[in-house]
Design a protein. Structure first.
Length: 281
């Protein structure tokens, strides 16, 4: 596999990807140099040396669109390959991720090449897609999905059945970002552009996207759209809206408690808290 130095540095590699993107309709899986260029970017993502998105100095999400272009090019320049894992056979344009040091992977879990699994992370039977980042000590629980380019911080618990949505196109679209120390309850769905702040606890079954209001349950004021604040506890709720056909309840997220910064949640106490509000973790 070629290194960054082979391409003249990271900026030159980015320029090459942008050039390939401009003529992507003419590319095929027969050009080994093009394939090698794209796979070199995937190697950087796979090793965690690059990330599709990150939190900027002003607390904004910065998306590196050229990396998303490289991922999209994969499916044009890589041929279909067959691989096996035990009794299972797979057909894909990307191989499974190779073994990662100090990562616990339970049978039934699958991570694609180009995703990053930090040391100490745990995959129960689950799926991690290309471009995703899973931080140190994070648990991806049974039947949870970490979609393409999703960014999950350190010591996060993604409970059973959680769906972290993937996003490749449009290229400027922001991936889902779950910051460190967060807890995501069972069967939550976090969709393109959703963000969960550090240390936040998200109750079971919440659907969160950039159009979903996040409301302070004490004041009734809207805090944000699609962003659960850091060190807060949120549950699913509805708010009434009037339409010509009547009044209907539309989904929202309710912040019912603020945690002290750095406070570790006690799951028993949190279960009691959210049950008092008719919800669960």
């Amino acid at each position: 596999m070629a290194s960054i130095a082979d391409f003249g540095g990271l900026e030159v590699l980015e320029q090459k990807i942008d050039e390939l993107w401009q003529r992507r309709e003419q590319l095929s899986d027969r050009d080994e140099y093009v394939r090698g260029t794209v796979l070199s970017v995937m190697e950087l993502l796979d090793s965690g040396r690059l990330r599709v998105a990150e939190i900027g100095p002003s607390d904004e999400v910065i998306v590196h669109e050229w990396l998303k272009r490289a991922i999209a090019l994969l499916f044009r320049v890589c041929p279909m390959e067959h691989t096996t894992a035990g009794p299972m056979m797979f057909a894909d344009r990307l191989p499974p991720k190779a073994g990662s040091a100090d990562v616990r992977v339970v049978p039934g879990a699958y991570a694609r090449f180009g995703s990053y699994l930090a040391p100490g992370s745990i995959l129960m039977p689950s799926f991690v897609n290309v471009g995703a980042y899973v931080g140190r000590g994070t648990l991806v629980d049974t039947w949870a999905t970490v979609g393409s380019c999703a960014q999950v911080g350190e010591h996060v618990h993604l409970s059973g059945g959680v769906g972290i949505g993937g996003v490749l196109e449009p290229l400027q679209a922001s991936p889902v970002f779950v910051e460190s120390d967060a807890f995501i309850g069972s069967r939550c769905m976090l969709i393109e552009g959703a963000r969960v702040g550090r240390g936040a606890v998200v109750g079971a079954g919440i659907i969160l996207s950039p159009t979903i209001p996040v409301i302070d349950a004490d004041s009734g004021e809207e805090i944000s759209r699609g962003h659960i604040p850091a060190w807060s506890v949120a549950i699913g709720g509805t708010r009434t809206r009037s339409f010509p056909g009547g009044e209907f309840g539309l989904p929202c997220a309710l912040v019912i408690k603020r945690l002290a910064e750095g406070e570790r949640y006690d799951k028993v106490q949190l279960n009691d808290l959210v049950r008092d509000h008719g919800a669960s973790l």
